[in-house]
Design a protein around this ligand. Structure first.
Ligand SMILES: [Zn+2]
Length: 55
């Protein structure tokens, strides 16, 4: 679930999305310590090592 209150309509094709939906930044927050992941999930938190799942 994502609250995308400040997302503008995607009218440009500059970013060439792979899935169609823009990645929600909330999905990149570590569920354990709250650190913002450097990469798109699925990844692992660089601070605590907790897996950050995609979706
Ligand atoms: Zn963490």
């Amino acid at each position: 679930m994502c609250d995308t209150t400040q997302v503008s309509p995607s009218e440009d094709d500059d970013q060439s999305p792979e899935g169609g939906d823009p990645a929600c930044w909330l999905a990149r927050v570590c569920p354990e310590c709250g650190l913002f992941a450097e990469h798109d999930p699925p990844t692992v938190c660089v601070r605590c090592g907790t897996p950050v799942p995609s979706g």
